[in-house]
Design a protein around this ligand. Structure first.
Ligand code: HEC
Ligand code: HEC
Length: 478
């Protein structure tokens, strides 16, 4: 008898106990998903000697964003108090202040160089994938450890672009693609989230299926919205990419980020082999382990409740764990719908017919029913939550009525809340109107703005408050 998948629009709605899930899970994915032969998963920390990692941090695939002189003088554009502090600081401390302001970190293998930009010997800075996908995770001692593949929840792309542009005006330096692009497309309204999906839509509209540039095309209609990048350590569990799971996993989809007009179709073919290594690197990244004490008895009780109400969508963990990669209809999950509608069937089918999806040979889901429930490995370390980064802690995921309307994380590295599991935050009625500094305004997350809603996903209401605290404890163990 053929086994049924728990997935898709008509998937069973009732709670599935883990045993049943494991039985029917033949079309779900094991804990390690479907790894290509030869892929090794790094124990402990992400590898820094992997060829894929070296390519990401050493090779500039895009034209540069700004040069060293521009970055060294960017503090001159800061608000008065910060500018004064920077003027009196050593050049090294000034650089550190700039790293903090824009959400940049040193590399694990070379703390003097930024993880998020490639800096070449001529001092040209070029954004890389780790700008959005290279963040840090709490170290358990009130600090953070850099973790390639963790979402960069502090990346301040909009502010960095605006402030380096002002330096360039003063120094009469040419503008970059980001300077010009940001005139038409907002880059990100809140630190740590970007309008990345719409960058892709805009750039793809300029290409034919073979990725030749079509100069006749104008920008398509776009719904701008910000997303929080997903952690790369989930990728080994998945065969489909993105929150709506529309694209098949492969090395080509990763290359969409390289679609700037300066990269012609021949570059994509030439770089394809390198992106096989990049994908292999992404699949090797382990999820970080929770570094604080865990109440094991409570976590055990939490596992039972989790298997009753959460596992049908999020899967099971540990030995023999199964991940169903389940599409959940939008009205069932109820989280912010803007991202879902922003990517239209026309965008998806242009993608499906292109080189990225091997001209239709890689399976593309043209009309997904909703969002895919993500794996929850390492979920303690990837706050804020939901695809738009609207919910600051796991406790707020589990207690929907407590979610703040307007919040910001506290400043500094000691910003982790091990009680509620996520970001330590301040809340407000509204973004204080007296705040003028755009950086300060973008530190606040206002869930009442378009694409930023923290509504929905009220599944934890099916269990008691005590059970929810137990589930919170259990989530620390994943
Ligand atoms: C400007 C920020 C940004 C940059 C730069 C960026 N990404 Fe992403 N990436 C995102 C966002 C946001 C998403 C989520 C998109 C979605 O789900 O619709 C994403 C999704 C992904 C996914 C799918 C993950 C999943 O679990 O479904 C992969 C893989 C990925 N990016 C790899 C890369 C690689 C490789 C690069 C560089 C070549 C890159 N990204 C550059 C922001 C970025
Ligand atoms: C009916 C399916 C379904 C059930 C049941 C469900 N979830 Fe989810 N969950 C989802 C979907 C879909 C998302 C993605 C929503 C989004 O990002 O907009 C999600 C997102 C999450 C996230 C955020 C992950 C991240 O990285 O941002 C957490 C945490 C989570 N769920 C925990 C739970 C827990 C705990 C339970 C049980 C109390 C549960 N879920 C029950 C479908 C489900």
């Amino acid at each position: 008898m053929p086994k049924r998948c728990i997935s898709g629009r008509n998937g069973p709605r009732a709670a599935w106990p883990a045993a049943v899930l494991a039985l029917v899970g033949a079309c779900g994915l094991g804990a390690e998903g479907t790894l290509p032969e030869g892929t090794r998963v790094a124990p402990g920390k992400p590898l820094t000697d992997h060829r894929g990692y070296r390519l990401l941090v050493d090779k500039a695939y895009l034209p540069p964003d700004f040069d060293q002189e521009t970055f060294d003088r960017v503090w001159e554009q800061w608000p008065a108090d910060l500018r004064q502090a920077a003027a009196q600081a050593s050049p090294q401390r000034r650089r550190q202040m700039a790293f903090e302001r824009y959400g940049l970190t040193g590399r694990p293998d070379n703390p003097d160089q930024p993880l998020q930009y490639v800096v070449d010997p001529q001092g040209q800075w070029t954004m890389n994938c780790l700008a959005c996908h290279g963040g840090s995770v709490p170290d358990g001692r009130g600090g953070r450890v850099v973790w390639p593949g963790a979402p960069n929840s502090r990346y301040a792309l909009q502010t960095l672009t605006e402030e380096t542009r002002l330096v360039k005006v003063g120094l009469r330096k040419p503008f970059s693609r980001m300077d010009l692009g940001s005139v038409f497309i907002p880059l990100g309204a809140t630190h740590g989230t970007t309008n990345a999906v719409m960058f892709g839509v805009a750039l793809m509209a300029l290409r034919d299926p073979d990725l030749n540039l079509r100069r006749d095309r104008s920008l398509p209609a776009m719904t701008h919205h910000d997303m929080d990048a997903p952690p790369w350590w989930h990728l080994k569990r998945k065969t489909k990419l993105y929150i709506d799971g529309f694209a098949a996993r492969g090395h080509r989809p990763l290359m969409q980020f390289l679609l700037v007009p300066q990269n012609g179709p021949e570059k994509f073919r030439a770089w394809e082999a390198e992106f096989r290594d990049v994908l292999d690197y992404l699949l090797s990244i382990p999820s970080p382990r929770y570094p604080y004490p865990i109440d094991r008895d409570r976590a055990d009780r939490g596992r039972i409740a989790f298997q009753r109400v959460c596992a049908e969508c999020h899967g099971t963990y540990g030995q023999g764990g199964v991940y169903p990669q389940r599409h959940v209809p939008l009205d069932e999950v109820g989280t912010d719908p803007v991202r879902f509608h922003a990517l239209t069937a026309a965008h998806r089918s242009a993608y499906a017919q292109s080189w990225f999806a091997d001209y239709g040979r890689a399976e593309t889901v043209l009309e997904p029913s909703g969002y895919v429930a993500p794996p929850l490995d390492g979920v303690w370390a990837s706050a804020p939550y939901f695809h738009n980064g609207s919910v600051p802690t796991l406790w707020h995921v589990l207690f929907p009525d407590q979610r703040p309307a307007v919040w910001r994380r506290v400043e500094g590295d000691d910003d982790y809340d091990p009680q509620r599991v996520g970001l330590r935050i301040e809340v407000a009625e509204t973004i204080p109107p007296e705040i003028r500094d755009p950086w300060q305004r973008r530190a606040w997350f206002d869930t009442r703005l378009s694409g930023k809603s923290a509504a929905g996903h009220r599944f934890a209401e099916a269990i008691s408050e005590e059970e929810r605290w137990a589930v919170l404890e259990y989530l620390k163990t994943l």
